[in-house]
Each structure stands twice: as structure tokens, then as C-alpha cells.
Design a protein around this ligand. Structure first.
Ligand code: PMP
Length: 417
């Protein structure tokens, strides 16, 4: 498969070699690399991508969940063009930021006030900063396998420069460990920062009892609960925390909420967010492009015209049904492959038992993952090398059928080995 891949992608290979003279690894996003060289994409439309060598792919990565709308959705394009015709970064307050903020506060009830950033990473950095100042404490509880941004990663390959906050890293989905940590260090804990589903570490859902325990522990200790919904807010009409009946003190958002433009946001309780009110609060929060009209317009168009709460519910239901069908196929084939996740976001794992935390996947053979990835690619399915599979709005039933067919074909060959 690897030889066939290399032989059929000479333009991508050449592009990689040339770009590597200027960019270490020929790129600026580590997640995109795989050996022998990654495909260079030339163009996208809807849920279809074409690479430099002219191959067509059904896009099942969807910009690691930011691409809910697919490529070049006409509604988003129109909103962006209209906004740009009036300037991009107006060096002033603008109407569009207020409009998008109102929409977010109305959709996610726990967010009483919100501020914008250019990435989910920044949103989490600001939420942590807010918690430290609000509580006057110093420790931040996070979870092994958690991913909160390029400088806030706690997985098997930690982010190289995890910023020097005072982190306490606990096992995911382990209420007893969380209780013990709070019993020991409660008065020092400023906040718990948690993904309600571990995304980058393999789409491992947080169990409701675990997430609810974190809410209770934080409240009892006078600490804040920060729920990172950068990836998960798309999985339920009002986000995953609301789905679990949990009201975080602070929530971070990102990805599709900016309509596919660079975006992040953090928000929550008005009394906490007042820290950032220049009339009364001590904290500055700056960023040249934080309120750029292109992102504000794209986000507003996306949330209102393409992805209102009902659309989020419908996409999640489609994803859940697909995951059930894929898992049924794996079970019928007797192959130790399973698809974990929630709604429209899932991850293939070559593991038989229940996956409760990333450590349960430690024994998975990386070669199987690689085989699966290149098998799908050869069938025109662009899923991620780590087995991450995401639905977007323009992905039609035919594309989903092609994915199921490709997985079925893999299972048949695998079972015959
Ligand atoms: N938090 C989570 C849960 C994420 O999945 C990501 C991005 N994959 C981030 C934060 C960081 O967002 P960004 O890449 O926009 O900095």
C-alpha cells in the first residue's frame, strides 16, 4: 500500500520536498504529517477534496471538526465577501462582533458573556487565566490525554511547550482519582479544565457520572469548572455540557463557530467575565484580529443559516447511526476494531474492550492504524491517520455508503488474513 501510495502521488511528493526547504516538515501543523509524505491538497468543494495529483477524496476529516460547513459553502462565501467589502479589521468595535456574541450567548445558556480569540488554544489560555485571577489560587486540574491546544496538550506526545501553569494531571473518567485529588488539594485548585469527550486522544466520551462529579467537586471546593467545547459543541443542539445537564462556570469554543475562519471564544458567568471589562476589571485581553469582521460574519452566517440547533441534532443523529452500523460490521466480521465517539465525530480503534481512557489504547498496534488509513485513502476516503472520522453537512449518503463499503472491504480482507 505504501509503495502504491508513493507511486501514485508524485506531485505531492515533489511539493513536500520543495516545501521542506522552507518549512520544517514542509508544513505548520504537526497533526497533518504522516510518512512517507502527506498529500498536498489542491482544492475542495462541499465534502470533496482533490489532491495535487488529481485524485478525488470524500473528506471525512472535515478540518478536524472545524469544517462542519464543508468547503466554500455559498452562504459563508457570500457573508465573507459582503463583510470584506467593508474592510476587514476596522480597528474599532463593530456591529458583527455583537451580533455573533448574542447568538452564542443565546445558544449556549451557560455563556452569559463571551470574548473572542483567534484559536481554541488562546481561548483555553484565557479561561485558565480568568480562573487563576478569579479564585486567587494556582492549580489547574487537567486529564491525561486531554488536548486543549498546541501549547496545552496532555497526551502521549505532550505539547512541547505546555505553558507553565501549575497543572495536576489526573486519569480521565476516574471519579475516585478526582475525589482524592480534591480531598488532598481542594483549597489550591483554581479550576478543572476538561473535554466532555477526549477528542484528539481518540474520541473517548466522558461518562456522565464523571463529568457530574467534576461539577460537584469544583463547586464544593470553590474552584471553577471550565469545559472545553472547542470540538464538542457541535455534538448537541446546545453543546455537550448542556446535554449532560451540567452548567460550567466557563466554556471554551472554537472551530466551526467561526464559520471555518480562524476562531476561538471563551465565556461563561458574568461575574467571572467581568474581569475583562475595562471599566471595572483588572485583566486585559488583546489580539489584533479578535473581532475581525470576516470571522464574525462567517460565524454568524454559519450558525444561523446552516447549523442552527436542529441541524446540530440532525448531524449528530446521522453520525450516531453510522457509528452503530460500522460497529455492527466489525462485530459481525469478528475483527477487534471499534468506532468510539459521539454523534458526528468518531475514531476507529483496533481494540476489543471498552475504551474509557487513552491508556486503554496503549497496546494498539500502530501498523494496523497505518494499514487502515492507507486502505481508506486508496478507496478515495480521506480519514485521519489516527483513525479520526468526522461528518460535515454536505457529506451525502453516497459518500457515507462509500465509507461503509471501504470499511467492509477492509474487514473482509483483514478477517481473511
Ligand atoms: N481544544 C480542543 C478540545 C481541541 O480539539 C482543539 C483543536 N483540535 C483545541 C482546543 C485547540 O484549538 P485551535 O486548534 O483552534 O487552537
Amino acid at each position: 500500500l505504501l509503495d502504491a501510495f508513493a507511486a501514485s502521488n508524485p506531485a505531492s511528493r515533489e511539493c513536500f520536498d520543495i516545501h521542506a526547504r522552507y518549512l520544517p516538515g514542509a508544513n505548520s501543523r504537526s497533526v497533518l504529517f504522516y510518512a512517507p509524505f502527506p498529500l498536498t491538497m489542491a482544492r475542495g468543494e462541499g465534502a470533496v477534496l482533490w489532491d495535487l495529483d488529481g485524485h478525488r477524496y470524500d473528506d471525512f476529516i472535515a478540518e478536524y471538526t472545524a469544517g462542519v460547513y464543508g468547503h466554500s459553502a455559498p452562504e459563508i462565501r457570500a457573508a465573507v465577501i459582503e463583510a470584506m467589502e467593508g474592510g476587514i479589521s476596522l480597528t474599532g468595535h463593530n456591529l458583527r462582533e455583537g451580533r455573533l456574541a448574542q447568538l452564542i450567548c443565546e445558544r449556549f445558556a451557560q455563556i452569559e458573556r463571551v470574548r473572542f480569540t483567534n484559536s481554541g488554544t488562546e481561548a483555553n489560555l484565557m479561561a485558565i487565566t480568568a480562573a487563576l485571577h478569579f479564585t486567587g489560587r494556582r492549580r489547574i486540574v487537567v486529564f491525561s490525554g486531554g488536548y486543549h491546544g498546541g501549547v496545552l496538550g496532555f497526551g502521549a506526545q505532550p505539547a512541547p511547550t505546555t505553558v507553565p501553569f501549575d497543572f495536576l494531571v489526573l486519569p480521565y473518567n476516574d471519579e475516585a482519582a478526582a475525589r482524592a485529588a480534591f480531598a488532598r488539594e481542594g483549597p489550591d485548585i483554581a479550576a478543572v479544565l476538561v473535554e466532555p469527550m477526549l477528542g484528539a486522544s481518540g474520541c473517548i466520551p466522558g461518562r456522565p457520572a464523571f463529568l457530574q462529579a467534576l461539577r460537584t467537586l469544583a463547586t464544593d471546593a470553590g474552584a471553577l469548572l471550565i469545559v472545553d467545547e472547542v470540538m464538542t459543541s457541535r455534538l448537541a443542539p446546545h453543546g455537550l455540557a448542556a446535554q449532560h445537564g451540567i452548567r460550567p462556570d466557563l466554556t471554551t469554543l472554537g472551530k466551526y463557530i467561526g464559520g471555518g475562519m480562524p476562531f476561538g471564544a471563551f465565556g461563561g458567568r458574568a461575574d467571572i467575565m467581568a474581569l475583562f471589562d475595562p471599566r471595572s476589571g483588572p485583566l486585559a485581553h488583546s489580539g489584533t484580529f479578535n473581532n475581525n469582521v470576516v470571522t464574525m460574519a462567517a460565524g454568524h452566517a454559519g450558525l444561523t443559516r446552516l447549523f442552527p440547533p436542529e441541524a446540530a441534532a440532525a448531524l449528530a443523529a446521522r453520525g450516531a447511526a453510522l457509528r452503530d452500523r460500522l460497529n455492527a460490521r466489525c462485530a459481525a466480521a469478528g475483527v477487534a476494531l471499534q468506532f468510539t465517539g459521539i454523534g458526528s465525530v468518531m475514531n476507529a480503534h483496533f481494540a476489543a474492550g471498552e475504551v474509557r481512557r487513552p491508556e486503554d489504547l496503549a497496546a494498539v498496534d500502530a501498523r494496523l492504524r497505518q494499514l487502515f488509513f492507507f486502505h481508506l485513502l486508496a478507496q478515495g476516503i480521506y480519514a485521519s491517520p489516527r483513525g479520526f472520522i468526522v461528518l460535515s453537512l454536505p457529506l451525502d449518503d453516497d459518500a457515507i455508503a462509500r465509507l461503509e463499503q471501504a470499511v467492509g472491504d477492509f474487514l473482509a480482507r483483514f478477517a481473511a488474513l
